[in-house]
Write a protein that binds this ligand. Structure first.
Ligand SMILES: Nc1nc2c(c(=O)[nH]1)N[C@H]1C(S)=C(S)[C@@H](COP(=O)(O)O)O[C@H]1N2
Ligand SMILES: [Mo]
Length: 518
């Protein structure tokens, strides 16, 4: 090695820059490779999914609360920056000859961390990461190890001169960033393409339609959200960073496991089966008392029990696990279905094909169960099994196997911590105990006597019920609380309980400041 070359290899600024640029070039190459390989995940997204999954629940909620829906783009940006910084540090600290090997080790560790057990993902991700490591190592070689190429301006002794080095580093880094950007844009584009296909789908008429909504399901309380939640306002919970954009032509749903005859349905097969349509309120177990992770929609789909009768559930199966194309699983005991509830493989929500983010082309909806044990979106398989044989996603993380929805109620109007005008104040909210129904709601002010609220018309036992109460408000600060009575006769209790490992409990309380009369 010449003096000049040796000198260049000792220049920390040069090595750091070369490391960062090589890493970014490698990441861009891995993303582009992941885009080109059919069915391959985005390496960045796969890694982000792992981070999300392994973040303790409490911390995750806090972070998501702090940054809102920007959480996922910020996470991706963080990962890209992280790769560049790690690359720069490797360039700075590692022996130059060893850097390609450190890159390879990084690729291997990433692959191991991202391993979900899904074979297709593992193979395609391995290829994408290998391409990334190769490109990163090549970039490093050109920048630092053997920069001499006929086309490249180099000092006679074999190190790139300063300008040539900076140019090459900038080109490599820019190419990497463009690769990441193109891959992200293309993946978003494919989601848009799926949405176009989805919008053009004609739905069959439900064989067994929902009962028309009775008059008066929405109390006359200004500012109260409606009894049926518009799709655009429906809460959304998923573990996946990039929600799946499923090509409905190649999609199919398999029903197998402990069954007599396994079944595979195409989208057309599913839509051709007799269907039911019902109003069902979905709730997330992570909903805090007074929280808004709850929504009511009119779902259309195929009755789950019809499909189970077709495949013939074997007596050694006691649970059902729904599996998503994204690897998520949710499962519950089959005994839940014994009461004949309207559990369904849903393909429509409020009269439209399922929105992409709510599980297009199909999901499970089971009245009375929290989403984490039942409501698998982007459904790809239904496995008849036992919960020991197939442990669903959240159960493997310590959440309760009993996902029965708790009796709960909420005050929506007036809003918490607001200043309102005195006189008679319209108070309103909703209460739910899916599959049981709500028979009474009461409100109390400042810990006083419970007063009966007026229930709005009933949509059905599987839906929440809205309520209202006319409050003769006096000026000053006040607290309001509500409680509901289930149709099974039990009152919601005051005892508070945290969300983990299975649903919050306690009464929703708000404080308001009442000003003078209007
Ligand atoms: N594939 C998949 N399905 C899923 C989830 C998920 O993370 N991935 N989350 C579940 C949870 S915890 C809930 S509460 C509901 C939420 O459904 P929504 O996003 O349509 O409101 O979906 C369920 N189905
Ligand atoms: Mo959930």
């Amino acid at each position: 090695m010449s003096e000049v070359q040796a000198e260049a290899r000792r220049d920390p600024a040069r090595l750091t820059l070369a490391g960062g640029a090589s890493a970014l070039a490698g990441l861009g190459a891995a993303e582009v490779a992941g885009l080109i390989l059919p069915g391959a995940p985005s390496p960045t997204a796969a890694f982000a999914d792992r981070i999300i999954e392994n973040t303790p629940d409490g911390l995750r909620e806090t972070l998501i609360g702090a940054v809102g829906t920007a959480d996922k783009p910020l996470l991706v940006l963080g990962i890209v920056l992280g790769v560049v910084i790690v690359g720069a540090l490797v360039g700075w600290f590692a022996k130059p000859e060893r850097v390609p090997w450190v890159f390879a080790a990084g690729g291997l560790v990433t692959w191991l961390l991202c391993f979900t057990g899904n074979v297709q993902d593992a193979v395609t991700l391995a290829i994408a990461l290998a391409v990334g490591v190769g490109v990163g190592a090549l970039a490093w070689t050109r920048l630092v190890l053997s920069p001499t190429r006929p086309t490249m301006r180099s000092t006679p002794a074999g190190a790139l001169d300063r300008r040539a080095f900076l140019q090459l580093a900038a080109v490599l880094a820019a190419a990497g960033a463009v690769g990441v950007g193109i891959a992200a844009a293309a993946r978003r584009g494919s989601a848009a393409a799926v949405d176009t296909v989805r919008a053009a789908i004609g739905l069959p008429k439900p064989t067994d339609p929902a009962k028309p909504l009775p008059a008066g399901v929405d109390p006359a309380v200004p500012g109260l959200a409606p009894a049926v939640t518009p799709n655009a306002d429906f809460y959304q919970i998923d573990t996946a960073l990039v929600t799946p954009a499923v090509d409905v032509e190649s999609w199919s749903l398999t029903v197998d496991g402990r069954v007599a005859t396994p079944l595979t349905l195409s989208y057309a097969d599913l839509l051709a089966l007799p269907s039911i349509e019902r109003h069902v309120t979905l709730t997330c177990v992570s909903n805090e008392v007074g929280g808004d992770l709850v929504g009511n929609a009119r779902w259309q789909g195929v009755r789950l029990s019809d499909v189970l009768a077709t495949v013939g559930v074997r007596p050694d199966a006691d649970a059902l696990v729904g599996e998503s194309v994204d690897g998520f699983t949710a499962g519950f005991p089959l005994s839940v279905l014994d009461d004949g509830r309207d559990a369904m493989i849903a393909y429509a929500m409020n009269g439209e094909p399922l929105p992409v983010k709510h599980g297009f082309p199909a999901r499970l909806v089971v009245p009375g169960l929290y989403g984490y044990v039942s409501a698998t979106k982007w459904l790809s398989a239904i496995r008849l099994t036992t919960l020991q044989e197939t442990v669903p996603f959240w159960l493997a993380r310590g959440w309760s196997a009993d996902g029965t929805i708790e009796l709960s109620s909420r005050i929506d109007v007036p809003r918490n911590r607001t200043l309102i005008t005195g006189g008679t104040v319209a108070v309103g909210g909703r209460a739910w105990h899916q599959h049981r129904g709500i028979e009474a709601v009461q409100v109390r002010v400042d810990g006083g006597a419970w007063e009966d609220a007026v229930l709005a018309s009933d949509v059905g036992d599987d839906s929440w019920r809205l309520w209202s109460w006319q409050w003769p408000a006096t000026p000053g600060p006040h607290t309001l609380e509500c409680r509901a009575r289930s149709s099974d006769g039990t009152w919601q209790t005051e005892a508070e309980r945290p969300i983990f490992p299975g649903a919050s409990a306690g009464l929703h309380e708000i404080t308001v400041e009442v000003g003078g009369p209007a």
